[in-house]
Design a protein. Structure first.
Length: 607
Protein backbone atom coordinates (compact mmCIF):
# COMPACT_ATOMS: atom_id res chain seq x y z
CA UNK A 1 0.00 0.00 0.00
CA UNK A 2 1.55 3.33 -0.96
CA UNK A 3 2.49 5.79 1.71
CA UNK A 4 2.35 9.52 1.74
CA UNK A 5 3.89 10.22 5.12
CA UNK A 6 6.51 12.37 3.41
CA UNK A 7 4.73 14.14 0.53
CA UNK A 8 7.35 15.11 -2.01
CA UNK A 9 5.61 15.21 -5.39
CA UNK A 10 3.48 18.13 -6.56
CA UNK A 11 -0.26 17.57 -6.92
CA UNK A 12 -1.39 16.49 -10.42
CA UNK A 13 -2.84 19.94 -11.10
CA UNK A 14 0.35 21.65 -10.05
CA UNK A 15 -1.38 23.40 -7.16
CA UNK A 16 1.26 22.91 -4.48
CA UNK A 17 2.41 19.79 -2.74
CA UNK A 18 0.38 16.62 -2.54
CA UNK A 19 -1.92 16.31 0.47
CA UNK A 20 -0.79 14.06 3.28
CA UNK A 21 -2.64 10.73 3.34
CA UNK A 22 -3.30 11.18 7.05
CA UNK A 23 -4.81 14.62 6.46
CA UNK A 24 -7.25 13.19 3.91
CA UNK A 25 -8.36 10.44 6.29
CA UNK A 26 -8.70 12.94 9.14
CA UNK A 27 -10.77 15.29 6.99
CA UNK A 28 -13.12 12.41 6.16
CA UNK A 29 -13.38 11.49 9.89
CA UNK A 30 -12.08 7.99 9.11
CA UNK A 31 -9.36 8.14 11.76
CA UNK A 32 -8.78 10.18 14.89
CA UNK A 33 -5.74 12.40 15.58
CA UNK A 34 -4.60 9.93 18.27
CA UNK A 35 -4.76 7.03 15.81
CA UNK A 36 -2.78 9.02 13.23
CA UNK A 37 -0.13 9.98 15.79
CA UNK A 38 0.22 6.36 16.85
CA UNK A 39 0.48 5.23 13.23
CA UNK A 40 3.09 7.88 12.48
CA UNK A 41 5.17 6.70 15.44
CA UNK A 42 5.11 3.15 14.07
CA UNK A 43 5.87 4.45 10.55
CA UNK A 44 8.92 6.36 11.75
CA UNK A 45 10.16 3.46 13.89
CA UNK A 46 9.72 0.70 11.32
CA UNK A 47 9.81 2.44 7.94
CA UNK A 48 6.54 0.69 7.07
CA UNK A 49 4.29 2.72 4.78
CA UNK A 50 1.64 4.73 6.55
CA UNK A 51 -1.23 3.13 4.64
CA UNK A 52 -0.03 -0.36 5.61
CA UNK A 53 0.42 0.68 9.25
CA UNK A 54 -3.15 1.98 9.42
CA UNK A 55 -4.45 -1.24 7.87
CA UNK A 56 -2.45 -3.36 10.32
CA UNK A 57 -3.88 -1.31 13.19
CA UNK A 58 -7.36 -2.09 11.85
CA UNK A 59 -8.57 1.49 12.26
CA UNK A 60 -9.60 2.03 8.64
CA UNK A 61 -10.93 -0.19 5.84
CA UNK A 62 -8.74 -1.05 2.82
CA UNK A 63 -11.26 0.60 0.49
CA UNK A 64 -11.08 3.88 2.43
CA UNK A 65 -7.28 3.81 2.18
CA UNK A 66 -7.43 3.11 -1.56
CA UNK A 67 -9.98 5.87 -2.17
CA UNK A 68 -7.90 8.35 -0.17
CA UNK A 69 -4.79 7.46 -2.18
CA UNK A 70 -6.70 7.86 -5.45
CA UNK A 71 -7.74 11.37 -4.40
CA UNK A 72 -4.25 12.15 -3.21
CA UNK A 73 -2.54 11.31 -6.52
CA UNK A 74 -5.41 12.30 -8.81
CA UNK A 75 -6.11 8.76 -10.08
CA UNK A 76 -9.45 7.04 -10.49
CA UNK A 77 -10.61 4.45 -7.93
CA UNK A 78 -12.04 1.28 -9.52
CA UNK A 79 -14.07 -1.59 -8.08
CA UNK A 80 -12.89 -4.53 -10.16
CA UNK A 81 -15.87 -6.63 -9.06
CA UNK A 82 -18.06 -4.25 -11.07
CA UNK A 83 -15.83 -3.99 -14.16
CA UNK A 84 -16.06 -6.54 -17.01
CA UNK A 85 -12.65 -8.18 -17.47
CA UNK A 86 -11.97 -9.38 -21.03
CA UNK A 87 -9.72 -12.33 -21.79
CA UNK A 88 -7.78 -10.58 -24.56
CA UNK A 89 -6.92 -7.69 -22.22
CA UNK A 90 -5.96 -9.93 -19.31
CA UNK A 91 -3.55 -11.88 -21.51
CA UNK A 92 -1.48 -8.71 -22.06
CA UNK A 93 -0.13 -9.22 -18.53
CA UNK A 94 -0.04 -12.96 -17.69
CA UNK A 95 -1.35 -14.02 -14.31
CA UNK A 96 2.11 -14.74 -12.88
CA UNK A 97 3.29 -11.24 -13.82
CA UNK A 98 0.04 -9.68 -12.61
CA UNK A 99 0.49 -11.41 -9.27
CA UNK A 100 4.12 -10.26 -8.98
CA UNK A 101 3.38 -6.66 -9.97
CA UNK A 102 0.05 -6.43 -8.10
CA UNK A 103 -1.49 -5.00 -11.28
CA UNK A 104 -4.44 -6.03 -13.46
CA UNK A 105 -4.97 -4.77 -17.06
CA UNK A 106 -8.52 -3.46 -17.29
CA UNK A 107 -9.01 -1.88 -20.72
CA UNK A 108 -7.17 -0.58 -23.79
CA UNK A 109 -8.07 2.47 -25.83
CA UNK A 110 -6.08 4.52 -28.36
CA UNK A 111 -2.85 2.76 -27.45
CA UNK A 112 -3.27 3.44 -23.72
CA UNK A 113 -3.58 0.48 -21.35
CA UNK A 114 -5.54 1.11 -18.15
CA UNK A 115 -4.07 -0.89 -15.30
CA UNK A 116 -5.60 -1.27 -11.83
CA UNK A 117 -2.90 -1.33 -9.15
CA UNK A 118 -2.81 -1.93 -5.43
CA UNK A 119 0.23 0.35 -5.21
CA UNK A 120 -0.19 3.07 -7.86
CA UNK A 121 3.18 4.63 -6.94
CA UNK A 122 5.17 1.51 -7.90
CA UNK A 123 6.98 3.08 -10.85
CA UNK A 124 9.08 -0.06 -11.41
CA UNK A 125 5.94 -2.13 -11.97
CA UNK A 126 4.51 0.51 -14.28
CA UNK A 127 7.71 0.53 -16.36
CA UNK A 128 7.67 -3.30 -16.54
CA UNK A 129 4.11 -3.25 -17.88
CA UNK A 130 4.95 -0.50 -20.37
CA UNK A 131 7.91 -2.48 -21.74
CA UNK A 132 6.01 -5.79 -21.83
CA UNK A 133 2.92 -4.47 -23.60
CA UNK A 134 4.36 -1.64 -25.68
CA UNK A 135 1.50 0.60 -24.50
CA UNK A 136 1.40 3.78 -22.52
CA UNK A 137 -0.01 3.01 -19.07
CA UNK A 138 -2.84 4.79 -17.26
CA UNK A 139 -3.00 3.80 -13.59
CA UNK A 140 -6.18 3.42 -11.55
CA UNK A 141 -6.36 2.40 -7.89
CA UNK A 142 -8.02 -0.71 -6.48
CA UNK A 143 -8.08 -2.70 -3.23
CA UNK A 144 -6.21 -5.90 -2.44
CA UNK A 145 -9.52 -7.80 -2.21
CA UNK A 146 -10.61 -6.59 -5.64
CA UNK A 147 -7.18 -7.40 -7.05
CA UNK A 148 -7.46 -10.98 -5.73
CA UNK A 149 -10.93 -11.29 -7.25
CA UNK A 150 -9.64 -10.10 -10.64
CA UNK A 151 -6.63 -12.41 -10.47
CA UNK A 152 -9.00 -15.35 -10.11
CA UNK A 153 -10.76 -14.32 -13.34
CA UNK A 154 -7.76 -15.16 -15.51
CA UNK A 155 -8.65 -17.76 -18.16
CA UNK A 156 -7.23 -21.03 -16.85
CA UNK A 157 -8.71 -24.35 -17.96
CA UNK A 158 -7.09 -26.37 -15.20
CA UNK A 159 -4.36 -24.96 -12.96
CA UNK A 160 -2.72 -28.36 -12.58
CA UNK A 161 -3.26 -30.03 -15.96
CA UNK A 162 0.00 -28.76 -17.48
CA UNK A 163 1.93 -29.85 -14.40
CA UNK A 164 0.31 -33.27 -14.10
CA UNK A 165 1.14 -34.28 -17.66
CA UNK A 166 4.86 -33.94 -16.76
CA UNK A 167 4.61 -36.09 -13.62
CA UNK A 168 6.56 -39.34 -13.45
CA UNK A 169 4.87 -42.66 -14.16
CA UNK A 170 3.31 -44.56 -11.22
CA UNK A 171 5.85 -45.73 -8.66
CA UNK A 172 5.14 -48.28 -5.94
CA UNK A 173 6.54 -46.99 -2.66
CA UNK A 174 7.44 -49.72 -0.18
CA UNK A 175 7.95 -49.20 3.54
CA UNK A 176 11.70 -49.80 3.12
CA UNK A 177 12.18 -47.19 0.38
CA UNK A 178 15.43 -45.30 0.88
CA UNK A 179 15.56 -41.76 2.19
CA UNK A 180 17.39 -40.66 -0.94
CA UNK A 181 14.64 -42.05 -3.16
CA UNK A 182 11.95 -40.29 -1.13
CA UNK A 183 13.85 -37.02 -1.37
CA UNK A 184 14.39 -37.38 -5.13
CA UNK A 185 10.66 -38.01 -5.61
CA UNK A 186 9.79 -34.92 -3.60
CA UNK A 187 12.25 -32.69 -5.45
CA UNK A 188 11.03 -33.39 -8.97
CA UNK A 189 10.11 -30.07 -10.57
CA UNK A 190 6.50 -31.03 -11.45
CA UNK A 191 5.87 -31.99 -7.80
CA UNK A 192 7.41 -28.75 -6.53
CA UNK A 193 5.29 -26.70 -8.93
CA UNK A 194 2.16 -28.67 -8.04
CA UNK A 195 2.51 -28.11 -4.27
CA UNK A 196 3.39 -24.45 -4.75
CA UNK A 197 0.38 -23.98 -7.03
CA UNK A 198 -1.99 -25.60 -4.54
CA UNK A 199 -0.80 -23.32 -1.72
CA UNK A 200 -1.02 -20.20 -3.91
CA UNK A 201 -4.49 -21.10 -5.13
CA UNK A 202 -5.73 -21.77 -1.59
CA UNK A 203 -4.44 -18.41 -0.36
CA UNK A 204 -6.11 -16.58 -3.25
CA UNK A 205 -9.39 -18.35 -2.57
CA UNK A 206 -9.20 -17.18 1.09
CA UNK A 207 -8.86 -20.74 2.42
CA UNK A 208 -7.83 -21.26 6.04
CA UNK A 209 -6.82 -24.92 5.61
CA UNK A 210 -5.74 -27.37 2.88
CA UNK A 211 -6.55 -31.08 3.32
CA UNK A 212 -4.57 -33.62 1.25
CA UNK A 213 -6.34 -36.96 1.71
CA UNK A 214 -5.56 -40.35 0.11
CA UNK A 215 -8.79 -42.08 -0.92
CA UNK A 216 -7.53 -45.35 -2.33
CA UNK A 217 -7.86 -44.71 -6.07
CA UNK A 218 -7.15 -40.96 -5.91
CA UNK A 219 -5.96 -38.14 -3.70
CA UNK A 220 -8.60 -35.62 -2.66
CA UNK A 221 -7.58 -31.99 -2.08
CA UNK A 222 -10.05 -29.90 -0.10
CA UNK A 223 -9.94 -26.24 0.96
CA UNK A 224 -11.73 -24.86 4.01
CA UNK A 225 -13.20 -21.55 2.85
CA UNK A 226 -15.32 -19.47 5.22
CA UNK A 227 -15.34 -22.39 7.63
CA UNK A 228 -16.68 -25.00 5.17
CA UNK A 229 -14.64 -27.72 3.45
CA UNK A 230 -15.02 -28.10 -0.31
CA UNK A 231 -13.31 -30.47 -2.74
CA UNK A 232 -11.13 -28.50 -5.14
CA UNK A 233 -9.03 -31.13 -6.95
CA UNK A 234 -8.61 -34.85 -7.39
CA UNK A 235 -5.00 -35.94 -8.00
CA UNK A 236 -3.65 -39.29 -9.26
CA UNK A 237 -3.10 -41.78 -6.46
CA UNK A 238 0.47 -42.59 -7.53
CA UNK A 239 1.78 -39.09 -6.72
CA UNK A 240 0.48 -39.14 -3.15
CA UNK A 241 3.84 -40.07 -1.59
CA UNK A 242 5.62 -37.45 -3.71
CA UNK A 243 3.27 -34.67 -2.62
CA UNK A 244 3.37 -35.60 1.08
CA UNK A 245 7.17 -35.86 1.01
CA UNK A 246 7.43 -32.44 -0.64
CA UNK A 247 5.22 -30.88 2.04
CA UNK A 248 7.33 -32.53 4.76
CA UNK A 249 10.57 -31.20 3.29
CA UNK A 250 9.12 -27.68 3.19
CA UNK A 251 7.98 -28.02 6.83
CA UNK A 252 11.30 -29.51 8.05
CA UNK A 253 9.68 -32.83 8.98
CA UNK A 254 11.02 -36.41 8.80
CA UNK A 255 10.13 -37.71 5.33
CA UNK A 256 11.19 -41.27 6.21
CA UNK A 257 8.70 -41.54 9.10
CA UNK A 258 5.23 -42.34 7.78
CA UNK A 259 3.77 -44.33 10.68
CA UNK A 260 3.68 -41.58 13.33
CA UNK A 261 1.88 -38.20 13.40
CA UNK A 262 4.15 -35.22 12.81
CA UNK A 263 3.93 -31.43 13.01
CA UNK A 264 5.95 -28.77 11.24
CA UNK A 265 5.74 -25.36 9.63
CA UNK A 266 7.15 -23.19 6.87
CA UNK A 267 6.76 -19.68 5.48
CA UNK A 268 6.04 -18.58 1.94
CA UNK A 269 4.90 -15.49 0.05
CA UNK A 270 1.85 -15.25 -2.19
CA UNK A 271 1.15 -12.03 -4.11
CA UNK A 272 3.54 -10.17 -1.85
CA UNK A 273 1.86 -11.41 1.35
CA UNK A 274 3.76 -13.33 4.03
CA UNK A 275 1.98 -16.63 4.72
CA UNK A 276 2.72 -18.94 7.65
CA UNK A 277 1.84 -22.58 6.96
CA UNK A 278 1.45 -25.04 9.83
CA UNK A 279 1.54 -28.67 8.74
CA UNK A 280 0.14 -31.74 10.48
CA UNK A 281 0.35 -35.29 9.13
CA UNK A 282 -1.27 -38.48 10.43
CA UNK A 283 -1.15 -42.07 9.14
CA UNK A 284 -4.44 -43.36 7.68
CA UNK A 285 -5.60 -46.59 6.06
CA UNK A 286 -4.62 -45.44 2.54
CA UNK A 287 -1.51 -43.50 3.57
CA UNK A 288 -0.64 -40.23 5.23
CA UNK A 289 -3.10 -37.37 5.37
CA UNK A 290 -1.71 -33.83 5.56
CA UNK A 291 -3.49 -30.69 6.73
CA UNK A 292 -1.90 -27.31 6.03
CA UNK A 293 -3.23 -24.38 8.06
CA UNK A 294 -2.70 -21.02 6.35
CA UNK A 295 -2.11 -17.81 8.29
CA UNK A 296 -1.81 -14.51 6.46
CA UNK A 297 0.76 -12.56 8.48
CA UNK A 298 -0.04 -9.38 6.57
CA UNK A 299 -3.73 -9.43 7.56
CA UNK A 300 -4.65 -6.45 9.73
CA UNK A 301 -5.26 -6.68 13.46
CA UNK A 302 -8.79 -5.43 13.80
CA UNK A 303 -10.25 -2.83 16.09
CA UNK A 304 -13.04 -4.14 18.30
CA UNK A 305 -15.41 -1.84 16.43
CA UNK A 306 -14.58 -3.67 13.17
CA UNK A 307 -15.59 -7.13 14.45
CA UNK A 308 -19.33 -6.61 14.05
CA UNK A 309 -20.01 -6.81 17.79
CA UNK A 310 -23.42 -5.38 18.69
CA UNK A 311 -23.56 -2.08 20.57
CA UNK A 312 -24.85 -3.80 23.69
CA UNK A 313 -22.10 -6.42 23.64
CA UNK A 314 -19.28 -3.99 22.82
CA UNK A 315 -20.26 -1.83 25.80
CA UNK A 316 -20.30 -4.87 28.07
CA UNK A 317 -16.95 -6.10 26.70
CA UNK A 318 -15.23 -2.75 27.18
CA UNK A 319 -16.45 -2.57 30.77
CA UNK A 320 -14.70 -5.90 31.37
CA UNK A 321 -11.38 -5.41 29.57
CA UNK A 322 -10.73 -1.96 31.02
CA UNK A 323 -10.81 -3.27 34.57
CA UNK A 324 -7.46 -3.15 36.39
CA UNK A 325 -7.52 -6.80 37.48
CA UNK A 326 -9.34 -10.10 37.09
CA UNK A 327 -9.67 -12.87 34.51
CA UNK A 328 -11.58 -12.55 31.25
CA UNK A 329 -12.12 -15.83 29.39
CA UNK A 330 -13.11 -16.17 25.74
CA UNK A 331 -14.57 -19.55 24.78
CA UNK A 332 -15.44 -21.40 21.62
CA UNK A 333 -14.29 -24.31 19.46
CA UNK A 334 -11.11 -24.29 17.39
CA UNK A 335 -11.45 -21.95 14.44
CA UNK A 336 -14.16 -19.77 15.98
CA UNK A 337 -12.11 -16.56 15.83
CA UNK A 338 -11.05 -16.36 19.48
CA UNK A 339 -7.48 -15.36 18.61
CA UNK A 340 -8.65 -12.54 16.32
CA UNK A 341 -10.83 -11.15 19.11
CA UNK A 342 -8.04 -11.40 21.68
CA UNK A 343 -5.66 -9.51 19.39
CA UNK A 344 -8.32 -6.85 18.85
CA UNK A 345 -8.64 -6.52 22.63
CA UNK A 346 -4.87 -6.22 23.02
CA UNK A 347 -4.81 -3.66 20.23
CA UNK A 348 -7.30 -1.55 22.20
CA UNK A 349 -5.71 -1.74 25.64
CA UNK A 350 -2.08 -1.32 24.61
CA UNK A 351 -0.35 1.98 25.40
CA UNK A 352 3.07 3.17 26.50
CA UNK A 353 1.81 3.31 30.09
CA UNK A 354 0.86 -0.39 30.19
CA UNK A 355 3.17 -3.42 30.34
CA UNK A 356 1.54 -6.26 28.37
CA UNK A 357 3.01 -9.77 28.19
CA UNK A 358 1.66 -12.70 26.16
CA UNK A 359 2.43 -16.42 26.03
CA UNK A 360 1.06 -17.98 22.84
CA UNK A 361 1.20 -21.24 20.89
CA UNK A 362 2.12 -20.00 18.34
CA UNK A 363 2.53 -16.23 18.09
CA UNK A 364 0.31 -15.50 15.11
CA UNK A 365 0.68 -11.72 14.81
CA UNK A 366 3.26 -9.30 16.15
CA UNK A 367 1.90 -6.22 17.92
CA UNK A 368 4.12 -3.19 18.43
CA UNK A 369 4.70 -2.35 22.08
CA UNK A 370 3.82 -5.81 23.44
CA UNK A 371 6.21 -8.52 24.66
CA UNK A 372 5.16 -11.80 23.08
CA UNK A 373 6.55 -15.23 23.98
CA UNK A 374 6.00 -18.42 22.01
CA UNK A 375 5.54 -21.82 23.66
CA UNK A 376 8.49 -24.17 23.14
CA UNK A 377 7.87 -27.36 25.09
CA UNK A 378 11.27 -28.86 24.18
CA UNK A 379 13.01 -25.87 25.74
CA UNK A 380 10.71 -25.92 28.79
CA UNK A 381 8.78 -22.83 27.70
CA UNK A 382 5.21 -23.79 28.60
CA UNK A 383 2.14 -21.75 29.53
CA UNK A 384 2.55 -22.52 33.24
CA UNK A 385 6.33 -22.00 33.49
CA UNK A 386 6.24 -18.75 31.52
CA UNK A 387 3.34 -17.41 33.58
CA UNK A 388 5.44 -17.83 36.73
CA UNK A 389 8.20 -15.72 35.22
CA UNK A 390 5.70 -13.16 33.94
CA UNK A 391 4.71 -12.35 37.52
CA UNK A 392 8.30 -11.12 38.10
CA UNK A 393 8.18 -8.87 35.01
CA UNK A 394 5.98 -6.13 36.51
CA UNK A 395 3.03 -6.83 34.17
CA UNK A 396 -0.24 -4.91 33.98
CA UNK A 397 -1.95 -7.21 31.48
CA UNK A 398 -1.16 -10.85 30.72
CA UNK A 399 -2.54 -12.78 27.79
CA UNK A 400 -2.40 -16.60 27.94
CA UNK A 401 -3.17 -18.28 24.63
CA UNK A 402 -5.15 -21.06 26.32
CA UNK A 403 -5.82 -22.40 29.81
CA UNK A 404 -5.10 -26.08 29.15
CA UNK A 405 -4.43 -27.54 32.60
CA UNK A 406 -4.87 -27.03 36.31
CA UNK A 407 -1.35 -25.64 36.81
CA UNK A 408 -1.89 -22.89 34.24
CA UNK A 409 -5.33 -22.12 35.65
CA UNK A 410 -4.02 -21.78 39.21
CA UNK A 411 -1.24 -19.36 38.21
CA UNK A 412 -3.66 -17.31 36.10
CA UNK A 413 -6.02 -17.03 39.09
CA UNK A 414 -3.10 -16.03 41.31
CA UNK A 415 -2.11 -13.32 38.82
CA UNK A 416 -5.67 -11.98 38.68
CA UNK A 417 -5.95 -11.87 42.48
CA UNK A 418 -2.66 -9.99 42.82
CA UNK A 419 -3.63 -7.03 40.66
CA UNK A 420 -3.28 -8.09 37.04
CA UNK A 421 -5.75 -8.34 34.17
CA UNK A 422 -5.51 -11.80 32.62
CA UNK A 423 -6.96 -12.60 29.18
CA UNK A 424 -7.23 -16.18 28.00
CA UNK A 425 -9.31 -18.78 26.14
CA UNK A 426 -11.05 -22.06 26.94
CA UNK A 427 -12.80 -24.67 24.84
CA UNK A 428 -16.42 -24.71 26.04
CA UNK A 429 -19.79 -24.53 24.28
CA UNK A 430 -20.98 -21.25 25.79
CA UNK A 431 -19.93 -18.47 28.14
CA UNK A 432 -21.26 -19.91 31.45
CA UNK A 433 -19.57 -23.18 30.53
CA UNK A 434 -16.21 -21.51 31.23
CA UNK A 435 -17.18 -21.24 34.89
CA UNK A 436 -18.05 -24.91 35.27
CA UNK A 437 -14.90 -25.84 33.32
CA UNK A 438 -12.68 -24.01 35.83
CA UNK A 439 -14.47 -25.74 38.69
CA UNK A 440 -14.12 -29.14 37.00
CA UNK A 441 -10.38 -28.49 36.52
CA UNK A 442 -10.04 -28.21 40.30
CA UNK A 443 -10.05 -24.45 40.99
CA UNK A 444 -11.83 -23.74 44.27
CA UNK A 445 -15.22 -22.00 43.88
CA UNK A 446 -14.25 -19.03 46.08
CA UNK A 447 -11.18 -18.38 43.89
CA UNK A 448 -13.22 -18.54 40.68
CA UNK A 449 -15.83 -16.16 42.05
CA UNK A 450 -13.15 -13.71 43.23
CA UNK A 451 -10.89 -13.78 40.14
CA UNK A 452 -13.34 -14.04 37.23
CA UNK A 453 -14.69 -10.71 35.92
CA UNK A 454 -16.22 -11.81 32.62
CA UNK A 455 -16.72 -14.67 30.20
CA UNK A 456 -17.64 -14.65 26.52
CA UNK A 457 -18.40 -17.20 23.84
CA UNK A 458 -18.17 -16.68 20.10
CA UNK A 459 -18.81 -18.44 16.80
CA UNK A 460 -18.25 -17.47 13.18
CA UNK A 461 -21.16 -17.32 10.74
CA UNK A 462 -20.74 -16.86 7.02
CA UNK A 463 -21.69 -13.49 5.57
CA UNK A 464 -24.19 -13.48 2.71
CA UNK A 465 -22.75 -12.58 -0.67
CA UNK A 466 -23.65 -8.97 -1.39
CA UNK A 467 -23.96 -9.71 -5.11
CA UNK A 468 -26.56 -12.46 -5.06
CA UNK A 469 -28.43 -12.70 -1.74
CA UNK A 470 -32.20 -12.92 -2.12
CA UNK A 471 -35.07 -12.06 0.27
CA UNK A 472 -36.34 -15.08 2.19
CA UNK A 473 -40.14 -15.02 2.57
CA UNK A 474 -40.20 -17.97 5.00
CA UNK A 475 -37.70 -16.95 7.69
CA UNK A 476 -40.02 -14.58 9.54
CA UNK A 477 -42.78 -17.19 9.46
CA UNK A 478 -40.43 -19.82 10.89
CA UNK A 479 -39.17 -17.53 13.63
CA UNK A 480 -42.68 -16.49 14.67
CA UNK A 481 -43.58 -20.17 15.05
CA UNK A 482 -40.63 -20.61 17.40
CA UNK A 483 -40.28 -17.28 19.23
CA UNK A 484 -43.68 -15.69 18.82
CA UNK A 485 -43.63 -11.93 19.27
CA UNK A 486 -39.98 -12.13 20.40
CA UNK A 487 -38.76 -12.90 16.88
CA UNK A 488 -36.45 -10.10 15.67
CA UNK A 489 -37.95 -7.71 13.15
CA UNK A 490 -36.06 -7.25 9.89
CA UNK A 491 -35.53 -8.47 6.34
CA UNK A 492 -34.14 -11.97 6.07
CA UNK A 493 -32.18 -13.24 3.07
CA UNK A 494 -31.28 -16.53 1.39
CA UNK A 495 -27.89 -17.62 0.04
CA UNK A 496 -28.20 -17.97 -3.76
CA UNK A 497 -24.72 -18.26 -5.29
CA UNK A 498 -22.82 -16.53 -8.07
CA UNK A 499 -19.35 -16.35 -9.60
CA UNK A 500 -18.22 -13.75 -7.05
CA UNK A 501 -18.82 -16.12 -4.10
CA UNK A 502 -17.84 -19.32 -5.97
CA UNK A 503 -21.53 -20.35 -6.00
CA UNK A 504 -21.71 -20.78 -2.23
CA UNK A 505 -23.95 -17.78 -1.52
CA UNK A 506 -21.50 -16.54 1.12
CA UNK A 507 -18.29 -14.54 1.13
CA UNK A 508 -16.41 -13.90 4.37
CA UNK A 509 -17.42 -14.50 7.98
CA UNK A 510 -18.41 -12.47 11.03
CA UNK A 511 -18.61 -13.31 14.72
CA UNK A 512 -21.61 -13.76 16.96
CA UNK A 513 -21.13 -13.37 20.71
CA UNK A 514 -22.56 -13.93 24.15
CA UNK A 515 -20.84 -11.93 26.88
CA UNK A 516 -21.52 -12.22 30.61
CA UNK A 517 -20.20 -9.98 33.36
CA UNK A 518 -19.71 -11.69 36.69
CA UNK A 519 -22.05 -9.91 39.12
CA UNK A 520 -22.88 -10.63 42.76
CA UNK A 521 -25.67 -13.06 41.86
CA UNK A 522 -23.36 -15.12 39.63
CA UNK A 523 -20.62 -15.08 42.28
CA UNK A 524 -23.06 -16.45 44.84
CA UNK A 525 -24.06 -19.23 42.42
CA UNK A 526 -20.42 -20.06 41.68
CA UNK A 527 -19.53 -20.37 45.37
CA UNK A 528 -22.46 -22.77 45.79
CA UNK A 529 -21.45 -24.78 42.66
CA UNK A 530 -24.74 -24.10 40.89
CA UNK A 531 -25.30 -26.24 37.76
CA UNK A 532 -24.60 -24.89 34.29
CA UNK A 533 -28.22 -24.17 33.35
CA UNK A 534 -28.70 -22.09 36.52
CA UNK A 535 -25.60 -20.04 35.73
CA UNK A 536 -26.85 -19.44 32.18
CA UNK A 537 -30.30 -18.39 33.34
CA UNK A 538 -28.79 -15.93 35.83
CA UNK A 539 -26.48 -14.44 33.17
CA UNK A 540 -29.38 -14.04 30.75
CA UNK A 541 -31.50 -12.32 33.41
CA UNK A 542 -28.59 -9.93 33.97
CA UNK A 543 -28.65 -8.93 30.29
CA UNK A 544 -26.47 -11.49 28.49
CA UNK A 545 -27.45 -11.90 24.82
CA UNK A 546 -27.12 -15.57 23.86
CA UNK A 547 -25.30 -16.80 20.76
CA UNK A 548 -28.64 -17.68 19.19
CA UNK A 549 -30.16 -14.26 19.79
CA UNK A 550 -27.07 -12.43 18.54
CA UNK A 551 -27.09 -14.61 15.41
CA UNK A 552 -30.77 -13.92 14.81
CA UNK A 553 -30.18 -10.18 15.12
CA UNK A 554 -27.48 -10.40 12.46
CA UNK A 555 -29.77 -12.47 10.24
CA UNK A 556 -32.55 -9.90 10.68
CA UNK A 557 -30.09 -7.18 9.66
CA UNK A 558 -29.35 -9.05 6.41
CA UNK A 559 -25.75 -9.99 7.27
CA UNK A 560 -26.25 -13.76 7.32
CA UNK A 561 -29.00 -16.27 6.70
CA UNK A 562 -31.25 -17.99 9.20
CA UNK A 563 -30.03 -21.38 7.93
CA UNK A 564 -26.43 -20.34 8.67
CA UNK A 565 -27.33 -19.38 12.24
CA UNK A 566 -29.02 -22.77 12.75
CA UNK A 567 -25.97 -24.51 11.27
CA UNK A 568 -23.48 -22.82 13.55
CA UNK A 569 -25.29 -22.78 16.90
CA UNK A 570 -27.10 -26.13 16.51
CA UNK A 571 -30.35 -25.00 18.11
CA UNK A 572 -33.64 -26.82 18.10
CA UNK A 573 -35.89 -25.90 15.19
CA UNK A 574 -39.54 -24.92 15.58
CA UNK A 575 -40.69 -28.39 14.47
CA UNK A 576 -38.45 -30.08 17.00
CA UNK A 577 -35.73 -31.09 14.58
CA UNK A 578 -32.20 -29.86 14.97
CA UNK A 579 -30.43 -27.50 12.59
CA UNK A 580 -28.56 -29.28 9.83
CA UNK A 581 -25.28 -28.81 11.66
CA UNK A 582 -23.36 -28.26 8.48
CA UNK A 583 -24.29 -31.54 6.78
CA UNK A 584 -25.49 -29.77 3.67
CA UNK A 585 -29.07 -31.08 3.88
CA UNK A 586 -31.66 -28.51 2.83
CA UNK A 587 -34.47 -27.58 5.16
CA UNK A 588 -38.13 -27.63 4.24
CA UNK A 589 -37.74 -24.49 2.15
CA UNK A 590 -34.58 -25.58 0.35
CA UNK A 591 -32.31 -23.21 2.28
CA UNK A 592 -29.10 -25.16 1.81
CA UNK A 593 -26.91 -22.51 0.23
CA UNK A 594 -27.51 -23.91 -3.25
CA UNK A 595 -27.39 -21.58 -6.20
CA UNK A 596 -30.97 -21.88 -7.31
CA UNK A 597 -29.80 -21.96 -10.93
CA UNK A 598 -28.73 -25.56 -11.20
CA UNK A 599 -25.04 -24.89 -10.48
CA UNK A 600 -23.27 -26.70 -7.64
CA UNK A 601 -22.39 -24.81 -4.50
CA UNK A 602 -18.67 -24.66 -5.25
CA UNK A 603 -17.08 -26.38 -8.22
CA UNK A 604 -14.80 -29.39 -7.97
CA UNK A 605 -12.34 -29.08 -10.86
CA UNK A 606 -10.68 -32.36 -11.62
CA UNK A 607 -6.91 -32.32 -12.01
Amino acid sequence: MPDSASPRRPAPDGAGRRRHLGDILLADSLITPDQLNRAMDIHRATGERLGRVLLDMGVVDPEHIARAISRQIGAEFVRLTAVPLHEDILRLVPSAEASRLQAIPVSRENGVLTVAMVDPLDVVAIDDIRRRTGHDVRVVVTTVADFQYALNQYPVLDPHAEILKDLPRPVVVEHQVSLDQLRRMAEEQPIIRLVDRVVEEAVRKRASDIHVEPQGKAVRVRYRIDGVLKVQHTLPEHIHANVISRVKIMANMDIAERRQPQDGSFQTRVDGRAIDVRVSTIPSFYGEKAVLRLLDKSAPIYDLDKLGISRRNITRLRQIIHRPQGIFLLTGPTGSGKTTTLYAILNEVTSEAVNILTIEDPVEYQIAGITQVQVNARAGVTFASTLRHFLRQDPDIIMVGEVRDLDTARIAVQAALTGHLVLSTLHTNDAPGAITRLLDMGIEPYLVSSALVGVAAQRLVRVLCSKCKQPDPYSREELLARYGAGAPEGTYFLAKGCDFCNYTGYRGRMAIFEIAQIDDDLRHLVINRAPHHTLKDSAAQAGMTTLVDDGLEKAAAGHTSLAEVWRVVHVERANGSEGNGGNGEPDSHGRDGSTGDGKPAGGTPQA
